[in-house]
Ligand binder design. Structure first.
Ligand SMILES: C=CC1=C(C)c2cc3[nH]c(cc4nc(cc5[nH]c(cc1n2)c(C)c5CCC(=O)O)C(CCC(=O)O)=C4C)c(C)c3C=C
Ligand SMILES: [Fe+2]
Ligand SMILES: [Fe+2]
Length: 344
């Protein structure tokens, strides 16, 4: 084998997080994130006014406090778990063939720097893996958009492959099942809640081919060729596959959506409503999975693990356990390795 053989570049991309818990850094992060037209999909002027005059000024101090609860000596969990995943992946791939970089869609390290390093390594191909299991225009779509914006400026554009989603990957499901079993330790819960990040309903309708998705069971209740990119459909599908793998009784499993922002309708059912309903029915013991995230972050540790737990307990619930995210779990690293090898 010649030493000069062109390599394959791999770019792992997660969402992004503030550089620190200072309110100014959180504001900067929120501005970059929410000014993305795929996240707040309004025309530029109304988006600019909403983000810069309302959301960023009022939300930044509150979010900064939340980030302080989450921050560690290594900084934001979302960032250091992604670094650990990258390092474990590098150790598993042949260095003669692969160059691996990680980036964040917003803030740092930037996609631009990651791509420039891959370009300088003269790779023949780049595999972009957005670290979001279910496709959404606001996440996977936005990563693809940014990569193409940068590559557009290059004289030579190598082959670029985007992995759009991986909900059906057996090792993704296996990794979640392992973590779930570890948490359960053989005990039974009254209910198993699968809480996914929400999305405005409008964004699902915009992506619906021929108006197929009306946010009803007809589309989202099944996973077929017709709705292969419906985020809500992919979330329900993830729940079904995981519940089956874990042998959970169907009548104890629920899918819901968290983290609504703004007044527009987001995809339902809302996690807050489900918590109230469960408490009213006298449910005491709940195990929660958050499989839209592959690393622990503000949305899992603080929102699900602390705030929703408090709400449930205040309403009479007794036990609310959150399954930790995939982070740099070895089976998850194997999953990422397999995604790379099968897309090379
Ligand atoms: C599954 C992945 C995600 C989707 C889909 C998504 C859509 C989406 N998010 C917002 C607004 C916010 N999200 C925030 C945090 C956040 N979101 C994701 C993932 C998805 N977002 C992650 C991993 C995180 C945590 C980042 C971290 O640093 O830990 C926040 C900021 C936090 C806060 O102030 O509460 C906002 C705001 C919208 C509007 C949206 C879809 C349109
Ligand atoms: Fe989000
Ligand atoms: Fe749907």
């Amino acid at each position: 084998m010649t030493k000069n053989k062109a390599k394959v570049g791999v770019l792992l991309v997660n969402l992004g997080t503030p550089d620190s818990t200072a309110t100014g850094d959180v504001r900067k992060y929120l501005r970059e994130f929410l000014m993305d037209g795929r996240v707040i999909d309004f025309p530029f002027i109304p988006r600019w006014m909403l983000v810069n005059l309302i959301i960023a000024p009022f939300r930044a101090p509150k979010s900064a406090n939340e980030y302080r609860k989450l921050w560690t000596d290594r900084g934001s969990p979302l960032l250091f778990h992604t670094e650990d995943l990258r390092d474990k992946l590098i150790a598993k791939l042949d260095p003669q063939t692969y160059v691996v970089e990680m980036a964040m869609r917003y803030q740092s390290p930037s996609i631009e720097d990651g791509l420039e390093r891959l370009n300088k390594a003269n790779v023949k191909k780049i595999i972009v893996l957005p670290l979001f299991p279910q496709y959404a225009s606001a996440t996977n779509g936005s990563v693809a958009d940014k990569v193409m914006e940068i590559a557009r400026g290059w004289q030579i554009i190598p082959n670029i492959t985007f992995i759009s989603n991986f909900v059906e990957h057996p090792l993704f499901l296996e990794a979640w099942a392992e973590l779930g079993k570890e948490m359960m330790q053989g005990q039974e819960y009254d209910k198993y809640l699968f809480s996914y990040h929400g999305l405005p309903e409008r964004q699902i309708r915009k992506g619906s081919v021929d108006g197929y998705c009306q946010l009803s069971d007809k589309c989202c209740g099944n996973y077929t060729k017709k709705n292969q990119f419906c985020y809500r459909g992919q979330c329900f599908h993830t729940t079904r596959l995981l519940a089956e793998k874990l042998g959970l009784p169907e009548d104890k499993v629920l899918t819901c959506f968290q983290s609504r922002l703004g007044k527009d309708p987001w995809i339902k059912p809302y996690t807050e409503d489900i918590i109230k309903e469960l408490a009213e029915k006298g449910v005491k013991k709940v195990l929660v999975f958050s499989p839209a995230f592959v690393a622990d972050c503000l949305e899992t540790t603080v929102e699900v693990g602390e705030e929703y737990k408090e709400e449930f307990e205040e309403l009479g619930g007794e036990q609310w356990d959150l399954v930790p995210s995939l982070n740099s779990n070895d089976t998850w690293v194997e999953c990422v390795k397999d995604l790379v090898l099968t897309n090379t």
